[in-house]
Design a protein around this ligand. Structure first.
Ligand code: NAG
Length: 318
């Protein structure tokens, strides 16, 4: 795995049965309305901010088109928002060059929900969290960990970068801005505790690294999370868990793609799709169905699937 990539985890799950009360300082909670017909659609993009280079602007154009077709409600960014080293301050012109001036299509003028990737921790980590950015571009919302509730699904965004041991033990020549994360042990256990209390739906930044498999996976499976979505790996990917209905998706093709530089993860899970060029993911949700598609830089659908919520309904499972 390339240590310069950012990991992002996203969990999506339709809210069938349970409400949970979340009392937590870490996971600030937002509400997002569904469409008049009760559905919801959105795009997921990761690993993108390169001032339009490496096809970032071409991906953005296709996002605009697909966003228009689906009438998307919001966009999710799985992190590594600004290369190579995040933002230097809330006034860093890279914010305009890599975000505002790139994602210009009218369908993309929606709320963006973003988390931080490892590259974002290499700049002024507080810059992307600063409300000043929302005044510059009102679409922007980036927090470390948070929750978005809708009538049909709950989204849990998790700050997965601090889970990766390597960034602490062997950061090489990189300097990470760990303000707000130290002491690390306390920070991580608070995230896990809050998560346990909260989960129906989950979005984060890192794919299933060994740390996350140890700490997060059991919590996600026990809580019947439907989907886990991450960035960090510069590719598009879908695999299924062999131990639960959980589906894993990677959307990390926002700009510079791997294009043969890496072999994808092996492991016990079932790979359904892998593409190491640029692109993004679209999701359409109704109370009972999810339609997920991966699109490339030319707008072609490379892989799509439908998930049915009945399968996961705990009442059926019992
Ligand atoms: C941009 O996308 C085109 C079409 O897939 C591809 O041929 C080209 O290599 C890409 N450019 C870069 C810099 O990745």
């Amino acid at each position: 795995m390339d240590s310069s990539c950012t990991l992002c985890l996203i969990w999506l799950s339709c809210m069938w049965v349970a409400w949970f009360m979340l009392v937590s300082a870490e996971f600030q909670r937002f509400e997002h309305p569904v469409k008049a017909d009760g559905s919801l659609s959105f795009l997921v993009i990761g690993d993108w901010g390169r001032k339009g280079a490496y096809n970032q602007s071409h991906v953005a154009i296709q996002m605009g088109k697909v966003g228009e077709e689906l009438g998307i409600d919001f966009v999710i960014s799985t992190g590594d928002n600004f290369y190579e080293e995040g933002l230097a301050s809330p006034y860093d012109p890279a914010f305009g060059h890599s975000f505002t001036n790139v994602y210009t299509a009218s369908s993309l003028q929606r709320q963006w929900y973003s988390v931080l990737g490892n590259h974002d921790y290499r700049g002024d980590v507080l810059a992307q969290l600063n409300p000043i950015l929302r005044r510059i571009d009102s679409r922007w919302l980036c927090l470390r960990s948070f929750q978005v509730n809708t009538e049909i699904a709950e989204f849990f965004f998790i700050n997965t970068t601090p889970f990766v041991d390597q960034y602490f033990r062997n950061p090489k020549h990189h300097k990470f801005d760990w303000r707000g994360v130290l002491p690390r042990k306390r920070y991580l256990s608070r995230i896990l505790k809050d998560l346990r209390g909260a989960l129906r739906n989950h979005i984060g930044h890192h794919g299933p690294t060994k740390e996350l498999i140890t700490h997060l996976l059991p919590i996600l499976e026990a809580n019947r999370v439907d989907m886990y979505i991450n960035g960090h790996d510069h590719c598009l990917e879908h695999f299924s868990s062999i131990t639960s209905p959980l589906q894993f998706f990677t959307s990390g093709g926002g700009s510079k793609a791997w294009k043969g530089d890496f072999d994808y993860l092996d492991g016990g899970d079932e790979i359904q799709f892998y593409y190491d060029g640029q692109g993004f993911m679209s999701v359409g949700l109704t109370p009972t169905n999810a339609r997920i598609a991966f699109h490339d830089v030319l707008g072609r659908v490379l892989h799509s699937l439908d998930l049915s919520k009945q399968t996961y309904n705990p009442y059926n499972a019992m």
